[in-house]
Ligand binder design. Structure first.
Ligand SMILES: Nc1ncnc2c1ncn2[C@@H]1O[C@H](COP(=O)(O)OP(=O)(O)OP(=O)(O)O)[C@@H](O)[C@H]1O
Ligand SMILES: Cc1ncc(CO)c(N)n1
Ligand SMILES: [Mg+2]
Length: 718
């Protein structure tokens, strides 16, 4: 079996000083040490047996316990019920063959080696006799005075390259050396003085591991269920691991038949086959972190527990999946009880609120009560908890990290993202956390980083267009953007974004004296007359540009739509002449065929120049503000949003305001918005940017057009 050998503590009774070996071990193991080697050259076998029994109780399965040299003590301690995983032997100590015979195939057996002839001897042994070589000293050290001269990093590299077995570096190593030794080919590092003499062995162990992990691509295994729609389960895990910088592996514990709307069926392959998958992996590959997802029943959970106890992966993140986003159950009742055995073995557990209630066996009275419950579960199990607030009512979606052992209780606030694409957020988050922890991030860093990644992935989810229920998140949205790969925004996203881009123009229009006076009925005849005459000029030319859009349209429906709009625009102009620009109203004559004002000329020049360019998407984007701003303003004016008097039939321009808020025009505007935003969604980023520019420019012209009648020049000309 291949094991994670990242960090060993080799105990030394003298260096541990008054704190003692037992307390040093306790602290170092809680800091992440994975192998504890009891080394006391002066102790008798009987004393060592007592020590092993004591340390076995302290370690309580959280790390492997091996003993230096004293094979007999290992055997006796096992007979007394201690969990002793193996031995580390020197070249002159008991034979490794004898150790393997006495301790069995699963024992961890190490051998000191630092010369070429040691490697020759190792090659001559039957395969599976020795698990690792202890290679040193890296630096000159006082803890083993009989050692030959120090190897240094380069000496270690040469030795590790020649070695047929994993090499653990030892001898004078400090936390800062960990990354360089890993790069030089080390399977792990063993610390003696750095941990035993540290005033805080727990944080020193953590520092060793962070440095060891930093910069390497972690090998992350998901043990979970399959979601064929790709948004949750194994499929989400693999994407999430890759997006967060890991190498993803997956052992299938269950298959579901599901889509974004729900789960229709669950198939659980025999637990025996899950065991076979896990064994195949751990005979070949070091697993840096494990993420546990849908484990459908107690038998599957027991299989995973047995594997974890044998392999002891150094990072275990448990997503206690019980119910899917759709409400479907993914774990049976006996499984809920069995899950507790996994909580105790996990470093981090990520329940949503309903799952936390099941795990703690009590009802939760709200977010702050959930944190109290989480604190108790963390204290009792030793695991850190990330309580997820995704299902909280209201417009925030906070998570909270609670680690009773480390005194951490940190809330991560965040506004809820308005999206239906929340399928698999829990799976994705827990895989991201496992990956980031395995990259050497602290729990707090991993939560902050994973949340930031998840949030950008949530925002881009709807653009994927996957399914009609709760769709997936876009796991690679950020990566693609940063890597220059385009993500295609949905038409809805574009609608929202473009409307947002012209919010300044919109509020500017609302504040124009012409508009406020129109709303409250105080508008004088002259500017109104000016406006209508300019509008008539505008509509006649706008119709020609609409006709050009019809000519360029790629399909008959859009062709017809723009042609109908051109016709509507001409009818609008004729209607203005028929009902407003008449002799009875006194506004015929000097104004009806008025010269176009500068604002009108500028707007029409812009439209004609875009039409002249022959780029259909850009042209229709330029045409859109006339539809969109006009119908928005008209409906708000008529509804009294700008001034209540605008609702009054006695309003001097009441019949004119009615045409503004025409339902047929509103429907046409909706169609135009749909056509333009779909075109923007389909096209590439450069053309989309040109479309937006054309749209914004037209919007600015709309504002100037409304400003002109009350600008001094406009009033003069009226
Ligand atoms: N609309 C949202 N906006 C922002 N964050 C969200 C939203 N929905 C979920 N999250 C975040 O997604 C993560 C998963 O939370 P949630 O409580 O939904 O877990 P879950 O129920 O286990 O998910 P799943 O249904 O995928 O199993 C959390 O970090 C949560 O804050
Ligand atoms: C396979 C699988 N695992 C987890 C979840 C939780 O969302 C799901 N829907 N499907
Ligand atoms: Mg979940």
């Amino acid at each position: 079996m291949i094991r994670d050998l990242s960090l060993h503590l080799v105990t030394d009774p003298v260096l541990s000083g008054s704190r003692g070996v037992a307390e040093t071990v306790r602290a170092a193991v809680s800091g992440g040490v994975g192998v504890v080697q009891l080394r006391d050259k002066g102790a008798s076998d009987a004393e060592t047996v007592d020590r092993l029994v004591e340390l076995s109780g302290i370690i309580d399965g959280r790390a492997r316990l091996i003993v230096n040299d004293q094979l007999g003590a290992a055997v006796s301690a096992r007979a007394r019920g201690a969990r002793v995983d193996g031995v580390h032997l020197g070249q002159g100590d008991a034979s490794v063959l004898r150790a393997r015979e006495l301790l069995g195939p699963d024992a961890l057996i190490g051998l000191t080696a630092n010369r070429a002839e040691h490697l020759d001897a190792v090659r001559a042994l039957p395969a599976g006799t020795v698990d690792y070589l202890g290679v040193g000293a890296i630096r000159p050290t006082s803890t083993k005075p009989d050692h030959p001269p120090a190897l240094g990093f380069e000496g270690f590299r040469a030795f590790a390259e020649a070695s047929p077995l994993p090499c653990v570096a030892i001898g004078g190593i400090v936390p800062d050396d960990a990354a360089a030794l890993r790069e030089a080919g080390a399977a792990g590092v063993a610390a003696v003085a750095a941990l035993c003499t540290s005033p805080d062995p727990r944080s020193t162990a953590t520092e060793f591991l962070r440095n060891w992990r930093r910069g390497a691509t972690p090998r992350v295994l998901s043990i979970a269920g399959s979601d064929p729609s790709g948004g949750a389960g194994i499929q989400a895990d693999l994407k999430s691991i890759a997006a967060n910088g890991g190498y993803g592996m997956a052992a299938l514990a269950a298959l579901t038949a599901q889509n974004t709307r729900g789960v229709r069926g669950v198939h659980v392959p025999p637990a025996e086959f899950l065991r076979a998958q896990l064994e195949a992996l751990s005979e070949d590959i070091v697993v840096d972190a494990v993420k546990l997802g849908m484990l459908a029943n107690a038998e599957i959970i027991e299989t995973v527990i047995a594997w974890i106890d044998a392999v002891r992966p150094s990072i275990v993140v448990l997503d206690p999946v019980m119910v899917a986003t759709s409400g479907d159950r993914l774990l049976d009742a006996a499984g809920e009880a069995a899950l507790r055995g996994l909580v105790e073995r996990a470093d981090l557990v990520t329940p949503n609120l309903a799952e936390l209630a099941v795990l703690t066996g009590r009802e939760l009275g709200g977010w702050s009560d959930a944190l109290v419950a989480a604190e108790a579960l963390s204290a009792e199990s030793g695991a850190a908890l990330l309580v997820k607030g995704g299902h909280l009512p209201g417009d925030t979606a906070p998570d909270a990290l609670v680690d009773a052992g480390r005194g951490i209780r940190r809330e991560f606030p965040g506004a809820r993202i308005a999206t239906r694409n929340t399928h698999g957020t829990g799976c994705s988050l827990s895989s991201a956390l496992a990956t980031r922890l395995a990259r050497g991030e602290s729990a707090e860093q991993a939560v902050a980083g994973s949340r930031a990644w998840l949030r950008e992935s949530l925002r881009a989810g709807s653009g994927l267009g996957v399914g009609s229920g709760h769709g997936p998140v876009h796991h690679f949205a950020g990566l693609w953007e940063r890597g220059g790969l385009e993500t295609r925004p949905s038409a809805e996203d574009i609608r929202e974004a473009w409307w947002g881009r012209i919010s300044g123009v919109r509020s500017g229009i609302d504040r124009l004296p012409f508009i406020t006076a129109l709303a409250d009925g105080s508008l004088a005849e002259a500017p109104f007359r000016f406006y209508l005459a300019q509008d008539a000029r505008y509509l006649r030319e706008y119709a020609r540009v609409l006709a050009e859009a019809s000519r360029l349209a790629p399909d008959p429906e859009e062709q017809a739509f723009w042609a109908e709009s051109a016709r509507g625009s001409i009818l609008g102009e004729m209607e203005l002449h028929a009902s407003w620009l008449t002799p009875e109203r006194g506004i015929v004559g000097e104004t009806s065929d008025a010269e176009p004002a500068p604002a009108t000329v500028a707007y029409l020049d812009h439209l004609r120049s875009v039409a002249f360019g022959g780029d259909y998407p850009e042209l229709i984007a330029a045409l859109l503000p006339c539809f969109w701003l006009y119908t928005d303003l008209g409906s708000r004016l008529r509804a009294g949003a700008l001034h209540p008097f605008a609702r009054d039939p006695e309003h001097p321009y009441a019949s004119w305001l009615d045409t503004y808020a025409d339902a047929g025009f509103a429907a046409a505007a909706e169609r135009a918005i749909g056509i333009v935003t779909r075109a923007a969604s389909r096209t590439g980023g450069e053309q989309r940017a040109r479309m937006l520019r054309a749209f914004e420019t037209s919007s600015a012209h709309e504002r100037s057009f409304f400003a002109a009648p009350m600008a001094e020049e406009g009033a003069d000309r009226a």
